[in-house]
Design a protein around this ligand. Structure first.
Ligand SMILES: [Zn+2]
Length: 129
């Protein structure tokens, strides 16, 4: 166990603390640059996989139109999934204290429309301690 500077308020905090006792931020010792750097290879490998898949499709002789349609369907469904979970993403980004509950409600009641709007309002409301 060691004392490190909190990434938000720069005060001393245990490296095992899950929440900073001074400002209340999650994972106070987590380095923002490191966590951002770990996300980048994920996107890179996703793009590499997509390019490999395209090259494979071209080499097999699939025509360009069906690949384009497949891509549009893929991007469209990814976008609609992203839109569906928008309240959860907002709550997660804002480090909302209820973000796990928001995700569960979003998952099961998002389709009702009212549930989705409720989640969005919930995610945007801020009741920090
Ligand atoms: Zn702090």
């Amino acid at each position: 166990m060691a004392l490190v500077a909190c990434r938000e308020c720069s005060r001393q905090v245990s490296d095992r603390a899950r929440v900073c006792p001074h400002c209340g931020i999650d994972d106070p010792y987590a380095n923002k640059a490191i966590s951002r750097g770990m996300r980048a290879p994920g996107w890179f490998s996703l793009m590499a996989l997509l390019i490999l898949l395209l090259l494979f499709a071209f080499s097999v002789g699939v025509d360009v139109n069906s690949i384009l349609i497949l891509l549009i369907i893929l991007v469209g469904s990814l976008l609609s999934i992203g839109f569906y979970f928008l309240p959860s993403l907002i709550a997660s980004n804002r480090k909302h204290p209820d973000r796990r509950f928001i995700f569960i409600v979003n998952l099961f009641f998002g389709l009702t429309g009212i549930g989705w709007i409720g989640c969005l309002i919930w995610a945007l409301s801020r009741d920090r301690i």
